[in-house]
Design a protein around this ligand. Structure first.
Ligand code: DGJ
Length: 697
């Protein structure tokens, strides 16, 4: 059965994923209307659903039907997805259907304005192996003389079915506290989730999940969406008083415009949607599968255990010190050594040198080659921190090109962390940025770049440019192009996305990077929450997690090494502590724990994740890969000293007997599913365990 079906009599399309269906129809006025998003339907059933159109309740109401991409115009009073203004002052759109085509799972519906030269394509893409529907739009000015002002062009609008209640799950945070999951009733209002910062942001992530208030971790219907964009964005969730909940989202925040030049087309990023009937856990697993199969470039690669110098040496890096750290890291079993900030220009602190991408001649008198060579001799790959989009005013780059930064005439240039943002929308700035990165990677055969961005945009102007708001989109596109080009030219290069921790995690950046630096907060207790939120959308395989020192640099909390390791083992394990200060016992324990991680890593990184518990006192995650299972459980506090209840596992086969590879204890699958896995947690706070189960025989 083809993934996209069309019923010409009813002008209805049906898109089908493995377990879901999505239906839309063309109304009499050629508007594309939403029909169904949920469980599988036949074409005949979808037609029946489409026939249930309620009339507007009164002359004060909008039409009751839900638009696939609402425009301004007619009796529509909700948040529009597409807002345009023509040169004569007319706003809004009236569509004429101009045909559609289907190419495999890709449906394009073409609409033309009835009077003006505006054309729109609605794109839908479905794949046989995923229930995720990718949607985006192309808007085009078909005139050869006059621009059209685009005030808003969203990628898609989504609609949950009519229910008596609605709840939204979303991610909030800040620097050091990213990905906090919030679950709240949807207000009868327009609720805006947004970043006006030029990057995805720590404060909100462009993912949300809607349910009717009854879904749980492993049951209930969930409609979730994620925007593949790494700059400013906006998603407006609208619950109207008569009961529908819809949301529209795309790139750019409110108030920005794009002058669509004659002949120009604007493509929006993908805004992907997923319906799942098995609760939030099933939604996450389906997203993880989608990210692996359709977003990441190297999903089958096992991510190496890395060492990062930042928390150990800060800006104080030099050849001798880094070689000493590298030797210690290698002796623990680290596979990738990453030198963080401070290696270039006059960069002795955050106030100077950013933008001058040549090794500091005092710290690295022989350039980076001796360090890179030694790292390789020690059997590790070599990685480097870069922050290509930023510049310190106190740098040779800024002195030479003060006009390359985002700025506005007659406005101060606001510095954050003593730095400004380069306008990569400018072709010369972008070209220069690509050139130095390309040279750097080639000269040292760099395996890994940690691509950082440590401040949001301010005074985002482009003096002399006729359409300066473009930079909000062009900057991000330039970042994508530079990354894509580097990766094409250096196929071995892997990239970690970072923006002061997890300020740039989204499906757009993951299409050209391999992992995310999840948060600058490496406190394992805080990390449990951060990782819980991160896992809603993103798989463990992209979640960078370091073991650092105790007390923690951010929170001053003291925790045992084992607990720190067990928390970090839930993602891509890294070490970020000052190894010179670790005791022999700690180093010995670290060797054992890194070896243990390498044994469970295929299951964690390539397996299916089940969030078993997450109630503040005990959080536990199970990863299943084939017949192997890994359980990580963390207990930050132990109220009353009570023992924790056994952990009921999932996805094990009842008839199979499993052996704990560490203790040798055996458990029948039926028992693991029923009474559960006894957790042998040490007493006291910050207790944790790692259990690796394999079938006996
Ligand atoms: C912010 C990152 O998140 C840190 O890990 C570190 O790389 C610093 N920037 C360096 O300036």
């Amino acid at each position: 059965m083809p993934p996209v079906l069309f019923d010409p009599d009813h002008r209805l399309w049906l898109l089908r994923g493995p377990t879901t269906a999505y239906a839309i129809r063309l109304a009499d006025d050629d508007t594309v209307r939403h029909v169904h998003w949920g469980a599988t339907l036949t074409l005949t059933e979808a037609v029946k659903v489409a026939e249930r159109i309620s009339p507007a309740a009164s002359s004060f109401e909008a039409v009751a039907a839900v638009d696939e991409l609402a425009v301004e115009g007619g009796a529509r009073f909700g948040p529009p997805s597409l807002l345009v203004r023509f040169a004569d002052g007319t706003r809004g759109v009236q569509w004429r259907y101009a045909g559609h085509d289907v190419d495999g799972g890709h449906l394009r519906i073409r609409l033309h304005d009835r009077h003006y030269p505006l054309r729109l394509t609605l794109h839908y893409r479905v794949c046989a192996d995923s229930d995720v529907i990718e949607r985006w739009t192309t808007v085009e000015n078909h005139d050869d003389r006059t621009p059209i002002t685009v005030l808003r062009c969203d990628s898609a609008a989504w609609a949950a079915p009519h229910r008596t209640d609605y709840r939204v799950s979303h991610l909030v945070g800040g620097w050091n506290s990213e990905f906090q999951l919030r679950r709240t009733d949807v207000a009868v209002a327009e609720t805006v989730f947004t970043s006006r910062r030029g990057v995805t942001s720590h404060h909100a992530n462009p993912w949300l999940a809607v349910d009717d208030g009854t879904a749980g971790e492993e049951h209930g219907e969930v409609w979730s969406t994620a925007l593949a964009w790494s700059g400013s964005w906006r998603i407006t969730l609208h619950r109207d008083p008569v009961g529908r909940t819809t949301w529209t989202g795309g790139f750019g925040h409110e108030g920005l415009t794009w002058s669509l030049a004659p002949g120009e087309a604007l493509d929006t990023p993908v805004f992907a949607g997923l319906y799942t009937a098995g609760g939030f856990g099933a939604a996450s697993r389906a997203w993880h599968g989608y990210v692996r199969r359709h977003v990441l470039s190297h999903p089958n690669e096992t991510r190496p255990v890395l060492y990062n110098s930042w928390e150990a040496t800060g800006f104080d890096v030099d050849e001798v010190g880094q070689i000493a750290l590298a030797a210690r890291a290698a002796s623990l079993g680290v596979e990738l050594f990453v030198m963080d900030d401070g290696w270039f220009g006059a960069r002795t602190g955050d106030h100077v040198g950013l933008g001058d991408w040549v090794p500091n001649p005092v710290r690295f008198p022989n350039g980076l080659r001796p360090l890179a060579a030694e790292v390789r001799r020690l059997g590790m790959r070599f990685g480097l921190w870069v922050e290509p989009e930023m510049v310190n005013p106190d740098s040779d780059l800024y002195r030479a090109h003060p006009d390359w930064v985002l700025h506005m005439t007659n406005r101060d240039r606001t510095e954050l962390r003593n730095q400004l943002v380069l306008n990569l929308g400018r072709p010369d700035t972008a070209e220069w940025t690509h050139a130095w990165l390309d040279r750097l990677v080639a000269a040292h055969d760099i395996d890994f770049l940690k691509w950082d961005a440590n401040r949001p945009f301010t005074e985002a102007g482009w003096p002399g440019h006729g359409d300066p708001d473009r930079l909000w989109i062009e900057h991000t596109r330039a970042v994508y192009r530079i990354m894509d080009r580097l990766r094409a030219d250096h196929p071995g290069l892997r990239i970690e996305a970072c923006a002061g921790g997890g300020g740039r995690a989204d499906l757009g950046i993951l299409a050209r990077t391999d992992q995310v630096w999840t948060s600058d907060n490496t406190d394992p207790v805080d990390r449990i929450d951060i990782q819980h939120g991160f896992s809603q959308l993103y798989p463990a395989q992209v979640m960078g997690a370091w073991v650092t020192d105790s007390p923690n640099a951010a929170t001053a909390r003291e925790t045992p090494l084992r607990f720190r390791f067990h928390v970090a083992m839930a993602g891509v394990l890294g070490i970020g502590g000052d190894l010179a200060a670790w005791t022999d016992d700690e180093l010995k324990e670290a060797v054992e724990l890194i070896a243990a991680y390498k044994r469970i890593r295929p299951v964690v990184q390539h397996g299916t994740a089940y969030r078993l518990r997450g109630d503040g006192t005990l959080t536990a995650v199970q990863y299943a890969h084939g017949d192997e299972h890994v359980v990580l459980a963390w207990c930050p506090t132990r109220p009353y000293g009570h023992a924790t209840a056994p952990l009921r596992l999932t996805a094990v086969r009842p008839e199979v007997v499993y052996r704990d590879t560490d203790t040798g204890a055996t458990y029948a699958g039926a028992v693991l599913l029923g009474s559960g896995l006894p957790l042998d947690l040490p007493s006291g706070d910050h207790a944790s365990t790692l259990v690796h189960l394999r079938p006996v025989g």
